[in-house]
Design a protein around this ligand. Structure first.
Ligand code: URA
Length: 247
């Protein structure tokens, strides 16, 4: 919980409206860390003990879940030591401190979830929960069926052999091709390293889906709250197949 005015704290705790909470403060009925506060303007954080008539008041942290269509050219951290743009630059109007759920590389675009719910983050990122992430990759050249099969079965990306993946070519161009790839793990630069391992460097990479949740028209650089159904669906997610055809 970020620092906020005492009357807002009381209102969020469900004690009374902000206006009524101001009256309670002026009446000398509110204490912070054992001391009565009777003027307005005082701020509190969740480290402070707030009491009304000597009874402890608490605010449950509101859980926030949002999806961002991350553009290329920003880092997936709250702050960057080199001063590069971060995904947080695109999230405005939210007081709560949010954390990205997993990571997308600087040059990767697409679906990124952010939340202040640690349990949700664990559920979405732990490999044992097998949440499927789908990427669209453009690579230099075009792998043949044998190489695609290697990617499907699992490749060594430097001390780690990837789990079975779904891979299919969706478009062939003159010097490149576009593929859809669905994986359950989240090793550093995994998709790029998988394609590198069979000799096809990634030119462009976008994440289009997490656990069946898709960007669906959300423009690059824009975000929106997840609705209750989407949150419920993701938290109960148990390996819903995508539109990729497994072999
Ligand atoms: N795999 C990658 O190589 N990069 C990402 O950003 C995500 C998955």
């Amino acid at each position: 919980m970020s620092e906020m005015r005492l009357q807002k704290f009381l209102a969020l705790a469900g004690v009374a409206s902000r206006r009524k909470s101001e009256e309670l403060i002026l009446q000398g009925r509110v204490q912070i860390n054992g001391k009565t506060v009777s003027e307005l303007g005082v701020k509190v954080t969740d480290k402070d003990l707030v009491e009304l008539d000597g009874k402890k008041i608490t605010v449950e942290d509101q859980k926030i879940y949002i999806m961002l269509n991350k553009p290329e050219g920003c880092v997936t951290t709250a702050k960057d030591q080199f001063g590069r743009p971060t995904v947080m630059d695109f999230i405005e109007g939210i007081d709560e401190r949010l954390y990205p759920v997993g990571r997308l590389d600087y040059h990767t675009s697409g679906l990124l979830l952010l939340t202040n719910d640690g349990e949700f983050t664990h559920l979405m990122t732990h490999p044992s929960h097998e949440i499927e992430k789908v990427y669209v990759a453009e690579v230099e050249g075009c792998p043949d069926e044998k190489e695609i099969d290697m990617l499907r079965k699992g490749v060594d990306i430097g001390g780690f052999v990837t789990s079975p993946a779904k891979v299919e070519i969706t478009e062939k161009k003159k010097n490149s091709c576009i593929l859809k790839i669905a994986i359950h793990e989240g090793k550093n630069r995994q998709v790029r390293r998988m394609f590198e391992s069979v000799g096809y460097p990634v030119i462009k990479l976008e994440r289009t889906s997490i656990g069946g949740l898709k960007l669906e028209g959300l423009e690059k650089g824009r975000w929106r709250h997840l609705n209750n159904e989407e949150i419920k669906y993701l938290t109960h997610y148990s390996g819903k197949p995508t539109d990729l055809k497994p072999r």
